[in-house]
Design a protein around this ligand. Structure first.
Ligand code: XMP
Length: 317
């Protein structure tokens, strides 16, 4: 029978044997998979693992500093790279979802490539790929059937001529969480909702700029903070806010306003392939809506997404 302890033990032994004294580079995202994978590799090879955490300007509010701190706390050799402007420049004027994803993916590879070239003699690329990712990106589903292109797999290793090491590629998500727990990783990291690689970039519908990112970060922080405060965060599989590319008329005092609309989305799911919208309590939605409209300048309307997947996807882009 599979146990996390036994998995950890054999994986570390295998990694030691496979990697020897080689240098390994890994991009971390703050998510469960890349974190657990990095800790395993770190246990096997220590400082020969070089981690990189990129600020693509599309992260959640304060996420870059918080995640970087927690990685340092775990003893990882990690470098935070502020690449916000590179991403905003690459995204400038793009409105079509797939073009945006591709621009974000390409910029990420460029930044990561540049950073890894500064590591001497790097031979391996570590990745937090888990079993469902292996299946999802299998060639059975040809490019014409790609519903949304995910940028975290593929592209990188060929360009960088690196060998790949993926210690979690036989595990399902719940097993990864168990391994993480056994490794003593912070429960807030292990319990984090999934967050897409392109981040807020696919939650700001249409074109992106720093100002829109900051509006959405505030909205998202109120929503996610509220879920935590009310004990709802762990009952939801994934939640987030979308900034819509429209304005609507409102009234404040005796003034007419013409401002932004945000949509909140919370879903239940097992693996993200199908999902249902969560019936969040009306009182909670009322409180969050008021807080957003009162505190976030430029937003005068909040709506709640009541669509299931399929036919709607979880992300709006
Ligand atoms: P959709 O929107 O396709 O999302 O229903 C399913 C799950 O995948 C996440 N997602 C992504 N994750 N890169 C990622 O790493 C991506 O490009 C991407 N697009 C969607 C989404 O957040 C949800 O958990």
């Amino acid at each position: 029978d599979w146990t996390p302890d036994q998995f950890i033990e054999t994986t570390i032994t295998d990694l030691k044997q496979k990697l020897g004294n080689d240098q390994v580079v890994m991009a971390l995202s703050g998510g469960v998979d890349s974190t657990v994978a990095a800790i395993l590799v770190h246990k096997a090879i220590g400082k020969n693992l070089h981690c990189i955490f990129v600020d693509n300007g599309l992260l959640r509010k304060d996420e870059f500093t918080q995640v970087l701190e927690s990685y340092k706390g775990m003893g990882l050799n990690i470098k935070g790279v502020d690449a916000k402007d590179k991403f905003y420049t690459a995204l400038n004027g793009l409105t079509e979802p797939e073009s945006k994803r591709k621009a974000i993916g390409k910029t990420f590879i460029d930044v990561f490539d540049e950073e890894s070239h500064q590591i001497k003699d790097v031979k391996w690329l570590g990745q937090g790929t888990i079993y469902p990712d292996v299946i999802e990106s299998a060639p059975v589903m040809g490019p014409s059937q790609t519903i949304k292109s995910h940028h975290n797999v593929g592209g990188l290793p060929e360009k960088m001529k690196l060998k790949i090491v993926e210690p979690l590629n036989t595990l399902f998500k719940d097993e990864v969480r168990l391994v993480g727990k056994t490794l003593g990783i912070d429960p807030t990291i292990l319990g984090r909702h999934p967050f897409p690689g392109p981040g807020l970039g696919i939650r700001i519908l249409g074109d992106i700029n720093a100002e829109k990112v900051s509006v959405l970060q505030e909205v998202d922080a109120i929503f996610i903070g509220g879920l935590r405060k009310h004990g709802l965060y762990d009952k939801v599989w994934q939640a987030g806010a979308m900034l819509l590319p429209i304005q609507s008329v409102g009234v404040m005092g005796d003034e007419r306003t013409y401002e932004r609309v945000v949509a909140l989305r919370a879903v239940s799911s097992i693996d993200g392939m199908t999902a249902d919208w969560v019936h969040l309590p009306y009182e909670f939605l009322a409180e969050i809506s008021n807080e957003i409209i009162n505190k976030v300048k430029g937003v005068n309307r909040v709506v709640y997404d009541i669509s299931s997947k399929p036919p709607a996807t979880i992300e709006w882009e």
